[in-house]
Design a protein around this ligand. Structure first.
Ligand code: FMN
Length: 243
């Protein structure tokens, strides 16, 4: 069997007994920082925490109507709608000394994920890249620029299709590895899946849809978000827009 395939199969079937033994032998470590600090002086945008203009739908309706959407209506997303998507998908709900609880489950409450978004067409928000500040439910503006749209499209291999928003879910490996060592990578991939599924269902509530994207350019996506590509890197993306 191809070595890479063999290695990657191993990554999603870690032996829990082996992990236990390795953890017993491990020296005590301090928990890595739970939150990525946005760039100094980055403009911060407060997001809605109540959603009076959003009409809720029941879960069964959302699950039944969800389909991958690759063609979007020209309508911009309202900033309240974007706030709602972030609120349901990426928000941190409470933090304890050794645990971070989010809307999505993260293995051992290790919180191994940060989220970035590209805003192309959202009412009240300027075009650009933003970091979602998960513990404050705010956006931090990172950058704009004329060639940004092209760079984002290249990073997601031509799949932008004028979507008003793109989500980038990233793995922050040390947060998970400190607890799950060689089993961390399975956890990180699953956590990104949880987030993207919440995004898909929350999008249904606002009559929008998503296209989950794994076919992206790893180096270009990391460079775009200024991630080192080693400890931190993109694991999953999604374009979002109105039906
Ligand atoms: C992990 C994962 C990665 C995916 N990557 C892409 C992608 O890069 N581009 C794309 O157009 N669709 C992508 N999709 C969407 C699938 O093609 C889609 O879910 C599938 O065709 C089933 O359609 P449905 O979502 O409407 O049920 C991805 C889906 C998953 C779960």
């Amino acid at each position: 069997m191809d070595k890479k395939i063999k290695r990657n199969r191993e990554a999603i079937r870690p032996d829990w007994n082996e992990l236990r033994e390795a953890r017993n032998k491990q020296e005590k470590q301090t928990r890595p920082d739970q939150f990525l600090t946005p760039p100094e002086n980055a403009e911060r945008i407060k997001l809605n925490t109540t959603f009076s203009s959003i009409k809720q739908k029941d879960l069964t309706t959302c699950i039944q109507s969800r389909r991958t959407l690759r063609k979007y209506n020209d309508e911009p997303l309202l900033s309240e709608e974007l706030s709602y998507l972030l609120w349901e998908t990426c928000r941190v709900m409470s933090v304890k000394r050794n645990a971070t609880f989010r809307t999505i489950p993260t293995a051992g409450a290790t919180n191994g994920m940060e989220t970035f978004i590209y805003v192309y067409n959202v009412g009240g928000l300027k075009h650009g890249l933003y970091q979602y500040v998960q513990n404050d439910h705010e956006l931090a503006f990172i950058k704009s620029g004329e060639d940004l749209e092209e760079k984002v499209d290249e990073a997601i291999l031509g799949q932008l299709r004028q979507a008003p928003v793109v989500f980038f879910f990233t793995a922050i490996c040390p947060r998970s590895e400190y607890r799950y060592l060689f089993a961390a990578h399975k956890m990180l991939a699953i956590e990104a899946g949880h987030a993207c599924q919440n995004l898909a269902l929350a999008a249904e509530v606002i009559d929008a849809g998503i296209c989950p994207i794994c076919a992206y350019d790893q180096t270009k996506a990391n460079d775009l978000l200024k991630l080192d590509g080693d400890d931190m890197f993109v694991t999953y993306c999604a374009t979002v827009g109105k039906k």
